[in-house]
Design a protein around this ligand. Structure first.
Ligand code: SAM
Length: 278
């Protein structure tokens, strides 16, 4: 086996979702660096793999990276796994990959499950362009700000969300992105209670409120991209723009609002034109 750090994807629920290549690599490397060794040990045991393991997380001290680098220096091979899915995707490993590359060693991906991609592929939302936004901030005000930043993005938005926050997040999405925006709740993907539910944000908010089970387990939230210019503006921005446009030419109003909001002048101008025509 070549000397490298292998980034090995593991299942996100269904233990069969692992490639033969991933199993071969995990069995053949000298060391498996895992986010949680107890958790990953169960996976390795399931496949009768007894490779030694070491804990690696983003706050690991330098001992683990040091151990990995010295193994690579000796011509050895190391695998990195996380608790589930693809390492580095909302999971530890970024720092390690950089360290290994900077020390002149190879980093090799061994692809497989990723909750964001699995959910997207079965969501029924557009897949030609999407933005993986990871976890939204836990605090309500910061979450709203982040949603506002993403509100006018045209592709599908993909978020990871904790079950105890999903109701609040959907409520914020209704407020910021609009009740009618299409979205998907993808819960427990590849597991026994897999749920992939598409509807408007308001429908999903009601669905989650009505059934406590929908607030359990692991969740990916996907939101359709902004379609019409009209739906891209939050209420305060739209109101300010319209009031200014009553006092001055629409181009000037759009320029002023663009400066304070960070939105594109053209987008704001088009919004005013659309309002006029509607
Ligand atoms: N690296 C992982 C991947 O490739 O998907 C993601 C790790 S991140 C720390 C964990 C989050 O991923 C969960 O909180 C949930 O939002 C999402 N997730 C993981 N497994 C999932 C599943 N089976 N169904 C739905 N979402 C899942």
């Amino acid at each position: 086996m070549e000397s490298a750090l292998f980034i090995v994807a593991t299942p996100i629920g269904n233990l069969a979702d692992i490639s033969q290549r991933a199993l071969d690599v995990l069995a053949e490397v000298e060391l498996v660096a895992a986010e949680d060794t107890r958790h990953s040990r169960q996976l390795l045991q399931h496949y009768a793999i007894s490779t030694p393991m070491v804990a690696y997380h983003e706050h690991s001290d330098e001992r683990t990276p040091g151990q990995i680098l010295s193994l690579l220096e000796q011509g050895g091979a190391v695998a990195l796994v996380s608790d589930a899915g693809t390492p580095l995707i909302s999971d530890p490993g970024f720092r390690l990959v950089r360290q290994v590359q900077e020390a002149g060693f190879k980093v090799v991906p061994v692809p497989g499950a990723c909750a964001a991609i699995a959910a997207l592929s079965a969501s029924g939302l557009a897949t030609n362009e999407f933005l993986f936004a990871g976890f939204l901030p836990a605090k309500g005000s910061q979450r709203e700000t982040r949603l506002r930043e993403l509100a006018s993005y045209r592709g599908t938005l993909v978020f990871y969300e904790a079950p105890h926050r999903v109701a609040d997040t959907l409520a914020d999405m209704v407020n910021v992105l609009g009740a009618a925006r299409e979205a998907v709740l993808a819960r427990e993907v590849t597991k026994a209670f897999e749920t992939i539910r598409r509807g408007s944000l308001a429908e999903l908010e009601a669905f989650v409120a009505a059934d406590a089970n929908q607030r359990r387990g692991e969740i990916v939230l996907l939101v359709a991209g902004a379609e019409k210019v009209v739906s891209e503006l939050d209420t305060p921005t739209a109101t300010l723009l319209q009031q200014l446009a009553e006092e001055m030419p629409p181009k000037r109003a759009a320029a002023i609002v663009a400066e304070f909001s960070g939105l594109r002048k053209k987008q704001l101008y088009d919004y005013l034109l659309a309002q006029k025509g509607s």
